[in-house]
Design a binder for this molecule. Structure first.
Ligand code: UDX
Length: 435
């Protein structure tokens, strides 16, 4: 099929490459010239495992092109809207101005029977509003909402082989579902569950999934606080409740909390939309989920200061990890970076390191000191904080690390180190909700 993907960020660049990998003829459109130039040259502008390979093969095959000109989307049978919906600074609501702008720019280029497919995470009601506009200005085209559930670090796999496909379509629009079935034929033939529903449900599925995941993480982080107050072990607790299939062990890892471009923004956007709909009270618990999450960052900072004897001034602190999770270079709303910056504000001599995120971190926090190697970061440190669980930090040898630092003190912000092994090597080990 001839496909356009409008917006080539984390979502759109992966989606465009994956669609070309499936054999479709794809054009990716973005207003950012440098991003388009990098993608056209087969270079992803961000770190994502597996993306360089499919991007290179698709651009080399000629099935994937990139452009800054929306007119190059003309003639496609399917147009995916994959632009960002950032958090508005004042209200916390999702800002849909990029979606509206992309949609408006696309309208004159829609051919007879074209399908516009929203992938961006939007406030419920957006698709119905756009569908009305489409009916008024381009009645020969139709609209579907097809939310994306990709996780950074697994984005290629999640796009090629998703857990489920959700199509929000207008009442009686069988055409939209059959076009999307064609687009995703490989996944459908592999047995991927497919849910065809209305616009509002499709929009809500996405925010509900992210709100649920965020709630699960904040739940276990709240349990980590009571574990710290009572001497209990939140990791054993998570293992034990996780054996209950109704609960499940995944997303029950206590630590510095969630960050990234989705979970924090989506729960705030969802709360703002619920308030608009008069349901503020019903969803007030999401503000608490957010508050618990942010408190985890402060708890780690407080723990660090306590560990340093009550003051961080002049103490060298090595922060391992700046990204919001491993296998990503994304530092948006990253707990690790926040903790590093807070300790620096308290007078610590912070040195942060990360395998992939330093460049992005430097842009966001230019005042922090960065080390390109873990060795350099650890050297002479009074305290080590493991803030992002990259494999090389999880597997750090306590004996070897101990020879580099000034003081053997570690805060395991992700509960991934073996406390016994670290203590045996002479470290003062502290986890989150672990005795
Ligand atoms: C998330 C959703 O998982 C995905 O389906 C959606 O499409 C986009 O948002 P992503 O932002 O890539 O994906 O990250 P995810 O793997 O969900 O992790 C989110 C955050 O939660 C990370 O900061 C991670 O470190 C944290 N987390 C995750 C925990 O603190 N504990 C856990 O047990 C799991």
């Amino acid at each position: 099929m001839r496909i356009s993907v409008i917006g080539c960020g984390y979502l759109g660049a992966v989606h465009a490459s994956a669609m070309a990998e499936l054999g479709h003829d794809v054009v990716g459109i973005d207003v950012d010239e440098s991003k388009v130039a990098a993608l056209a040259a087969g270079r992803p502008p961000f770190y994502e495992p597996g993306l360089p390979e499919i991007l290179a093969s698709a651009t080399a095959s000629g099935r994937l092109r990139f452009s800054t000109d929306i007119a190059d989307a003309a003639g496609a049978e399917v147009h995916f809207l994959a632009v960002g919906t950032p958090q508005a600074a004042d209200t916390g609501a999702a800002d849909v101005s990029h979606v509206d702008a992309a949609f408006a720019a696309l309208l004159p280029h829609l051919v007879e029977g074209a399908l516009v497919v929203g992938k961006s995470t939007v406030p419920v009601g957006t698709a119905a509003r756009l569908a009305d506009r489409l009916a008024a200005e381009a009645g020969h085209a139709s609209l579907a909402w097809n939310p994306e559930f990709l996780r950074e670090g697994f984005a290629v796999k999640d796009t090629l082989a998703p857990d489920r496909l959700v199509y929000g379509v207008a009442k009686g629009d069988d055409h939209a579902a059959s076009v999307l079935d064609h687009v995703y034929r490989a996944a459908i033939e592999a047995g991927t569950p497919r849910i065809v529903t209305d616009y509002a449900t499709a929009e809500l599925v996405k925010v509900a999934a992210n709100a649920f995941l965020a709630t699960k993480i904040s739940f276990i982080n709240a349990m980590s606080e009571i574990a710290d107050a009572t001497g209990a072990d939140v990791t054993a607790l998570a293992d034990a409740i996780g054996h209950d299939a109704r609960i499940g062990r995944r997303f029950l890892n206590a630590g510095v909390g969630f960050g990234g471009g989705c979970l924090p923004k989506d729960i705030r956007g969802f709360t703002a939309r619920a308030e608009e709909l008069g349901l503020g009270e019903t969803f007030a618990f999401l503000a608490e989920v957010d508050a618990i999450n942010l408190r985890q960052r402060r708890r780690v900072v407080d723990l660090a200061v306590a560990d340093l004897g009550g003051s961080a001034i002049g103490k060298k602190v090595a922060v391992l990890g700046v990204t919001f999770k491993p296998d990503s270079d994304d530092v948006r709303d990253s707990p690790a970076l926040d903790i590093a910056a807070s300790l620096q504000e308290l007078g610590a001599d912070v040195v942060a390191t990360d395998p992939e995120g330093i460049e992005n971190a430097r842009e966001r926090r230019p005042g922090l000191r960065y080390a390109s190697t873990m060795r350099e970061a650890l050297s002479g440190a009074d305290l080590v904080i493991l803030a992002t669980e990259w494999n090389e930090y999880r597997t750090l040898d306590p004996e070897a690390a101990g020879r580099l630092v000034g003081e053997r003190r570690v805060i395991d912000g992700r509960n991934v180190l073996d406390p016994a092994a670290w203590r045996a090597a002479g470290w003062r080990y502290r986890g989150i909700g672990r005795p």
